[in-house]
Design a protein around this ligand. Structure first.
Ligand code: UD2
Length: 320
């Protein structure tokens, strides 16, 4: 039987990279469920005709049931991301990230989907005393977003044990790369850095810039997500989806200045509520059980990402 893949949030930055990677496999059909709240059809434009697009919201259980029907593997990436957004406006993020995830899990169990892979978040860890962060550590979410994503993990594991649905949760660690949307104050920091760099303006850094992140290139995440859909004996588990390194924001900005040959000292603002100080993935379990093998160093990832923004930023800004 050939596979039918459904990607919720498939028009988003990470979802669209996953759709590309799934189509490259040429072993099944691909469908996307997206409400285009933060996703954009342009992210998939050159793939038109090669996948099915369903416009729908995961808060709507019957829309989810219709989209899930016939799927063999479901990749649940639809979410309202962003720590500060979940603090400024907690209701929509709660409804999408928790209730929406529940709708997806229920539909997958009812449709006897072979496996669901869930996009969890490294924010679940909060501030740990020890780095790197290992899956066995007690989660300590510091924001509504972190709590919501953690609840999704718990639900995945409960659907695996109580309802016979195979699930794998991957804690994404600060994913960056082409197509990350820099147009909102809630955008990922590297997309905002890229935009500032190209416009030759100083970025704003919240806090002293010495907070660190395990920046993970989007293609490495997409390939791990696919491995998680097929690895044996992993149902109900949670894995880190990170690169395994960490860099401070000051280091990354300096690296970008170096690549571009400019000097643009950052502006520093007050630290952000709900922010985690340091983040770095222990990749041991993902390497062992899922054959995780991140290929992109930060420098290589930044170069590729910058090249994409240089070509596409002006176009993306006028398209809005
Ligand atoms: C969290 C999760 C990440 C993912 C993401 C989804 C952690 C460690 N990571 O990312 O895995 O789930 O949420 O949204 O919890 N910043 C600036 N200037 C800006 C924007 C951001 O200094 O203009 C800082 C921000 O205060 C933070 C860092 O950059 O210290 C990264 O912020 P982000 O919003 O890109 O991602 P983060 O870490 O909240």
């Amino acid at each position: 039987m050939s596979s039918r893949y459904l990607v919720t949030g498939g028009a988003g930055f990470i979802g669209s990279a996953l759709v590309r990677a799934l189509l490259d496999r040429r072993d099944g059909s691909v469908a996307v469920l997206d409400n285009l709240l933060t996703g954009r059809e342009e992210n998939l434009s050159e793939l038109a005709g090669h996948f099915e697009f369903v416009r729908g919201d995961i808060r709507n259980a019957s829309a989810v049931e219709r989209a899930v029907a016939g799927a063999t593997h479901v990749f649940h990436l639809a979410a309202i991301p962003s720590v500060p957004r979940s603090i400024d406006d907690p209701v929509p993020s709660h409804e999408v990230n928790i209730d929406g995830t529940f709708n997806v899990l229920r539909a997958c169990a009812a449709a006897r989907v072979s496996r669901l892979v869930y996009a969890a978040s490294s924010s679940a860890y909060g501030d740990t005393e020890v780095l790197p962060k290992v899956e066995s550590m007690l989660p300590r979410p510091k924001s509504p977003y972190a709590a919501q994503k953690l609840m999704g993990e718990y639900y995945c594991s409960v659907f695996s044990s109580c309802f016979g649905l195979e699930t794998v949760a991957l804690r994404f660690f600060n994913v960056y790369g082409p197509r990350q949307d820099p147009s909102s104050p809630y955008s990922g920091v590297l997309s905002l850095f890229m935009k500032a760099l190209i416009a030759r303006t100083s970025p704003t850094i919240f806090g002293d810039g010495e907070q660190s992140r395990d920046f993970t290139y989007v293609e490495d995440v997409a390939s791990l997500v696919i491995k998680a859909a097929f690895a044996p004996n992993v149902s109900g588990n949670v894995y880190n989806a990170g690169n395994g390194n960490r860099y401070t924001l000051n280091q990354v900005w300096r690296e970008l200045e170096k690549i571009e040959g400019v000097s643009l000292p950052p502006r520093y603002g007050p630290p952000r509520a709900g922010d985690v100080r340091d983040s770095q993935a222990d990749t041991t379990a993902a390497r062992r059980d899922l054959a995780h093998d991140p290929r992109f160093t930060l420098e290589e990832g930044l170069r590729r990402t910058l090249a994409w923004y240089r070509e596409n930023l002006a176009e993306a800004n006028t398209a809005r």
